[in-house]
Design a protein around this ligand. Structure first.
Ligand code: HAM
Length: 407
């Protein structure tokens, strides 16, 4: 066996120190906002049947085609590490027959997702998403609601963004649009990139967001999706824009925004930042009114989004919230038990760190400084006999003793 040190896999990383502090800070505050919007937390397994993503994200998508971590497990099942969170949540919804229950479901989740992409800044093979999904609301008021909620989250962390918006139409207008797009593209087929030549046959609207310059040039005169919406999709899109205007949410229409997952219909959107490099999408989402049906349920409207946590953390700065940190120690062996007991009761309200080795005052103050404590609380022979505790407030430099019960 080789003695080579084992390292984390390419595109995967440990989240520790400042980043893990920021990570929990983000998740705690984003969760609090989601809860205020009526979402409750759910967790789905990281491993799912591969077929789940083939049927939802779509066989023609890059995610399913090129990027899935799929394998055959010991029971001969084709399984994969989830590349995104929506499909699992919909699987749960259908599996638990919630499509028959009626009413509305609002769930939020966060956790790791896996895509075998070429790693670069902002693009990992294991990354984390914070997402929300809503079922049973067939109205763009909900689309606006979740866009406003993402804005609330980004505003909380003081993150600047641009919102790009599009409507992809539905089963009435999308097929016709695809046909006219194919007609337009067929004339230039040979000039398109290899992927787009295939996409013409599998999912032509994916040509719209191809990054290849030649493909983009051929799209300048292509028919625009928003000019080809049926009456109901068109009026929904107008209504969505109206609500966003009324709520002061700025956006730009990007008729080439189709998103890399096949399940969207009508609203599609992306929040981008120009401060984090080429991988600029910090959140993406949209409406998926056919997805419950694709996975075997009764027709149920759905809409949701996911934020890429690692990309967002590049932009999150912690707000200064001064939290008390109490450092406790004993001046001799005999006092240690009393210190431990007092620390356990202090911890019910305050962050309390304990040094287990008895030490002199000077050493305790040095250690307290290292852990950024602002209150030092020590017990030695004198305090033990008197039933007191010595306190120093590091900020005000005040020193005093308290009865143990008062502490
Ligand atoms: P998505 O746009 O594929 O959508 O991913 C959402 C976000 O995850 C992206 O905007 C980006 O911030 C982050 N992300 C994606 N890939 C990577 C990567 N390789 N490395 C780092 N971050 C990444 C979805 O996944 C949909 N499920 C969103 C949704 C929920 N739509 C409706 N409901």
């Amino acid at each position: 066996m080789s003695n080579k040190n084992i390292q984390s896999l390419r595109g995967m990383k440990d989240i520790v120190n400042e980043e893990s502090t920021l990570f929990t800070y983000f998740v705690d505050n984003a969760s609090a906002i989601a809860k205020r919007y009526g979402f409750s937390y759910m967790e789905t397994p990281i491993l799912e049947e591969t077929a789940l993503f083939k049927r939802s994200v779509g066989e023609s998508s890059d995610i399913v085609n090129k990027e899935m971590y799929n394998f055959i497990d010991k029971g001969e099942h084709e399984v994969c590490l989830r590349p995104e969170g929506t499909a699992g949540v919909v699987r749960h919804f259908v599996e638990k027959k919630l499509d028959r229950a009626g009413g509305t479901q609002r769930w939020y989740y966060y956790g790791p997702m896996f895509r075998y992409e070429r790693p670069q800044k902002g693009r990992l093979r294991e990354f984390h998403q914070f997402g929300c999904e809503v079922f049973g609301v067939d109205s763009v008021i909900e689309d606006a609601n979740i866009i406003i909620m993402i804005k609330d989250i980004l505003d909380f962390f003081e993150i600047g963004f641009k919102l790009q918006l599009n409507s992809l139409g539905d089963q009435n207008c999308m097929p016709q649009y695809k046909e006219s797009l194919v007609q337009h593209l067929t004339d230039f087929k040979a000039e398109l990139c290899e992927d787009c030549q295939v996409r013409i046959g599998t999912n032509p609207i994916r040509v719209l967001d191809c990054k290849n310059e030649t493909c983009q040039a051929k799209l300048i005169d292509a028919p625009k999706i928003t000019h080809n919406l049926c009456e109901s999709c068109d009026s929904d899109f107008e209504k969505l824009k109206e609500i966003l205007d009324f709520n002061g949410v700025e956006y730009e229409i990007d008729t080439n925004l189709v998103r890399g997952l096949d399940y969207y219909s009508k609203t599609a959107f992306e929040f981008v930042s120009n401060e984090i490099g080429a991988q600029s999408a910090i959140a993406g989402g949209g409406r998926y009114d056919r997805l419950v049906e694709f996975l075997g349920g009764r027709p149920t409207a759905g809409v949701g989004f996911a934020i890429g946590i690692e990309r967002l953390l590049e932009l999150v700065k912690m707000k200064e919230t001064k939290e008390d940190i109490v450092y406790m120690g004993s001046l001799d062996e005999a006092s240690l038990n009393t210190v431990l007991k007092a620390a356990n009761s202090k911890r019910k309200t305050t962050k309390t760190l304990v040094e287990y080795t008895p030490r002199g005052f000077g050493k305790h103050f040095k250690l307290a400084e290292k852990v950024n404590a602002n209150i030092v609380a020590l017990i030695g022979e004198k305090e033990l006999n008197e039933g007191t505790i010595y306190i120093k407030n590091i900020d005000s430099k005040e020193e005093y003793t308290l009865k143990l019960e008062e502490f």
